[in-house]
Design a protein around this ligand. Structure first.
Ligand SMILES: CC(=O)N[C@H]1[C@@H](OP(=O)(O)OP(=O)(O)OC[C@H]2O[C@@H](n3ccc(=O)[nH]c3=O)[C@H](O)[C@@H]2O)O[C@H](CO)[C@@H](O)[C@@H]1O
Ligand SMILES: C=C(OP(=O)(O)O)C(=O)O
Length: 419
């Protein structure tokens, strides 16, 4: 099993480029099931989740071709198996995103229930209620969601809770529905907007994405397009935090600063000097220790839960005491006990972590439990004295492209150990 060995203590210094967004490319690959001619997605990141999605679409019978410029062509005209099986869904929850498009285009779908994961129970009840509201017959049997509908019909759907993949699934399900579908209390994440733009480029009529009301007018068909996926704002934020907590400086290229307002505001509060251009962000700590910042996660445009763990790691070595409140997932503090093993002073009470910044962490063997928790442990390793060995890094490979190469380019002492 692969591990990362980190020798901490070097301030990061240099520049890197950001990859395409995992959480935008995965729904787009699923949405390619809606097109009746091949779709080409550009700026596809080299991630385990992308490989899993390619395998999933391949098993359905789609033809996938990897092209130049990080592009992937998906031809779903050859699809003959309308199922997302458990062995793939269990490794990647985002497989649930095939449910809406499969139902819309092929009138039926069978998708394994994703189940819980390290960060929480993560039910999909809102996805299923929404499909029923569109007129689908939905049954859960033997761990599988089975759904069918000859013709979906537009409806007004008020989502009980803001859900990103729920919004995306229903948006995709509704593209061929008769009449208008209105999604209220919709997620406003940039990846939802990117998916809507992608669907519209294929010929769909989706309006209002980025606000909490999305209107979808059903159309007859969607055709293939060439589309470039937006940059990954969470990868961007992770490298910025890495630079801030090592008291370093960084230039991040090929990103979109306006997608990170909440994160950049917190980094400035932590003492970082930040400069932005159209597609770049420069952060400089001028060698200073970061100041602790309070965090409360919230749906976009609030502070992203996917950046919470990284800020916990920064606060662990920052000057002062902070509170970090996780409001989206009930169990997203798995990184805390590992960072404590490195000498951090953190107390958890319910959904709140109280963090007293310490001068230094010390390297230790630690265990990654989920994607962003793993990233936070790597960050902690970068500032720790001595060696940190991060185990179970397959979680990191789900969402970070070549993390050790990018960090090495910034001067970090990090290497992958394969065994
Ligand atoms: C592939 C992808 O885009 N993943 C992102 C997506 O996950 P995902 O779309 O799974 O997360 P949701 O936005 O759905 O989850 C938000 C909250 O709603 C709850 N909920 C959701 C659906 C439902 O049917 N019932 C229900 O109760 C969840 O348990 C959670 O407490 O948004 C999360 C929140 O920004 C991010 O952390 C993930 O990185
Ligand atoms: C929780 C995440 O991803 P997923 O929804 O794919 O598990 C994440 O990207 O931090």
């Amino acid at each position: 099993m692969n591990k990362l060995l980190i020798r901490g203590g070097t301030p990061l210094d240099g520049e890197i480029r950001i990859s395409g967004a995992k959480n935008a490319v995965l729904p787009m690959m699923a949405a390619s099931l809606l097109a009746d001619s091949p779709v080409t997605i550009e700026n596809v990141p080299h991630l385990q989740d992308v490989t899993t999605t390619m395998e999933l679409l391949g098993r359905m019978g789609a033809t996938l071709t990897v092209g130049d410029q990080m592009s992937v062509e998906v031809d779903t005209t050859t699809v003959d198996t309308l199922e997302a099986p458990y062995d793939l869904v269990r490794t990647m929850r985002a497989s649930i995103l095939t449910l809406g498009p499969m139902l819309a285009r092929f009138k039926k779908a069978r998708v394994s229930l994703p189940g819980g994961c390290a960060i929480g129970t993560r039910p999909v009840d809102i996805h299923l209620k929404g499909l029923e509201a569109l007129g689908a017959d939905v049954r859960v049997e033997g761990g599988y969601i089975e759904t069918a509908a000859e013709q979906l019909v537009g409806a007004r759907i008020v989502l009980d809770q803001v859900t990103v993949t729920g919004t995306e699934n229903l948006m995709m399900a509704a593209v061929f529905a008769k009449g208008e579908t209105v999604l209220e209390n919709a997620a406003r994440e940039p990846e939802v907007v990117d998916l809507a733009n992608f669907l519209n480029a294929m010929g769909a009529d989706v309006r209002g994405a980025g606000s909490d009301v999305i209107r979808i007018h059903g159309v007859e068909r969607l055709q293939g397009v060439r589309y470039r996926v937006l940059p990954d704002r969470i990868e961007t934020g992770t490298y910025l935090v890495a630079a801030a907590m090592t008291r370093g400086r960084i230039l991040v290229r090929d990103t979109r600063p306006e997608l990170l307002d909440a994160v950049l505001a917190k980094l400035e509060k932590a003492g970082a000097e930040i400069e932005v251009g159209e597609d770049w962000i420069r952060l400089d700590m001028h060698g200073r220790r970061p100041k602790a910042v309070d965090i409360r996660t919230a749906p976009h445009p609030g502070f992203p839960t996917d950046m919470q763990a990284q800020f916990v790691a920064m606060n662990a070595v920052a000057e002062g005491t902070s509170t970090v409140v996780e409001t989206i997932f009930e169990n997203r503090f798995m990184h805390v006990q590992e960072i404590q093993r490195m000498g951090a002073d953190i107390h958890i009470e319910g959904n709140t972590a109280v963090i007293r910044g310490v001068e230094a962490l010390s390297g230790a063997p630690i265990m990654a439990t989920d994607l962003r928790a793993s990233a936070s442990l790597v960050l902690a390793g970068l500032v720790a004295r001595g060696e940190t060995l991060v185990n179970r890094i397959y979680h990191i490979d789900r969402g970070y492209e070549s993390i050790e190469e990018k960090l090495s380019r910034l001067g970090a002492n990090i290497q992958r150990i394969t065994s």
